[in-house]
Design a protein around this ligand. Structure first.
Ligand code: GGG
Length: 358
């Protein structure tokens, strides 16, 4: 069955890594029809909007959204994020953001001596609320009394959906769930978060749940990453921790994420974790592996598990081989060359026969 994919390259290196990802997805032979949507900060420069007025209804007709990066110095960062990525997450009920943190074969983590087997974490991030709710305002603007309030919003529904998803993933993995919180300093929101997350534990008797404060979690990711299986956290906490996770993986360019509409009523969105990287944009130096692995997450969400495994195995082959790596990983290959190497590995593995992981 042909699936229609909305492709929003967005800004900066998004325009380079997404074409590499599309070439790899095409190499899998899965019937996908890609429709480019030229939205982002350039669109904002031309029209005053990050996407057209009817952008969300346009996206509603697709099976999935494949997005590169959002943000450019020409547009204030809050305007670009609130004009494109955040409304998509909220409007399409993309309740959870899933971010695997895995060390790929051949990649050296900045954590000395850590091997691929010791770094395999899965972060499940609440994706539409918390500090990203948009509740708040500014008063006395332009005066010496100016003030701003940002009110994190936590609903039982969103916490519960996120936590149930995380318990489910933990049950399929090493049966350990870390609840990332800050309920020692927070008076209301995080005690409520803990109540909801940990109150569900009885429904998942095989999963051991452990409460860890976000600051301790940051330290633990560095000192004992092997003790972390699945972690569930609020929007802000998991956003920050997964950038740390990306660094532990070997760099921001390697990390992928899925924004999932759990009901399946609306398209889910798949993106590399990194931003638009203006410092290297346009130079062909961006690492496309995060975007390619986001494509693998998209294949799995579309029910194409074998193709997802195929792409992940092809990426692992290329990182292990070490011949086609971008500068952030110590290589000299361009974005396109890495994409071509992974696509070639996908094609080779397809002609070689049944999919083999690793
Ligand atoms: N890859 C999409 C992108 O540009 N992300 C940058 C960013 O700031 N994202 C915020 C978030 O994930 O909440």
């Amino acid at each position: 069955m042909m699936r229609r994919i909305a492709v929003i390259e967005g800004d900066g290196v998004g325009k380079e890594v997404i074409p590499a990802g599309v070439s790899v997805l095409t190499a899998t032979g899965v019937p996908l029809e890609f429709e480019p949507l030229p939205w982002g900060c350039d669109h904002h420069q031309r029209t005053g909007r990050m996407m057209p007025v009817d952008g969300l209804s346009t996206l509603a007709g697709f099976d999935a959204i494949y997005l590169g990066a959002v943000g450019w110095p020409s547009v204030p960062d809050d305007v670009s994020l609130w004009g494109l990525l955040l409304p998509i997450r909220k409007h399409f009920h993309q309740d959870v953001n899933v971010r695997p943190v895995r060390l790929l074969p051949g990649i050296r983590s900045p954590l000395a001596g850590r091997t691929a087997a010791q770094v395999d974490m899965l972060f499940v991030r609440e994706n539409t609320e918390g500090e990203y709710s948009g509740a708040g305002g500014r008063v006395h603007q332009g005066t010496a009394h100016e003030a701003a309030v940002e009110v994190p919003v936590f609903t039982r529904r969103a916490i519960e959906r996120t936590a149930r998803f995380a318990y489910g993933r933990a049950g399929e993995r090493r049966r350990h769930l870390i609840n990332v919180t800050k309920s020692n300093a927070s008076r209301h929101a995080y005690p409520f978060w803990d109540e909801v997350v940990e109150g569900l534990a009885t429904d998942y008797p095989t999963v051991r749940v452990e409460r860890v404060l976000v600051d301790a979690m940051a330290a633990r990711m560095v000192s004992h990453p092997d003790s972390i299986d699945v972690a569930v956290g609020s929007n802000l906490f998991a956003d920050i921790l997964t950038d740390l996770g990306a660094a532990i993986q070997g760099g921001m360019g390697l990390a992928a994420s899925a924004n999932l509409c759990l009901d399946g009523d609306w398209p889910s969105l798949f993106e590399p974790v990194h931003g638009s990287a203006p410092d290297i944009a346009g130079k062909g130096r961006a690492n496309p592996i995060g975007a390619i692995l986001a494509g693998a997450l998209m294949l799995r969400a579309l029910g194409e598990d074998a193709a997802g495994t195929l792409v992940e195995a092809a990426v692992a082959e290329v990182t292990l081989g070490g011949q086609a790596l971008t500068a952030d990983l110590g290589g000299s290959a361009s974005t396109t060359e890495v994409g071509d190497a992974v696509a070639a590995a996908v094609r080779r593995r397809r002609t070689a026969g049944p999919v083999a992981a690793g």
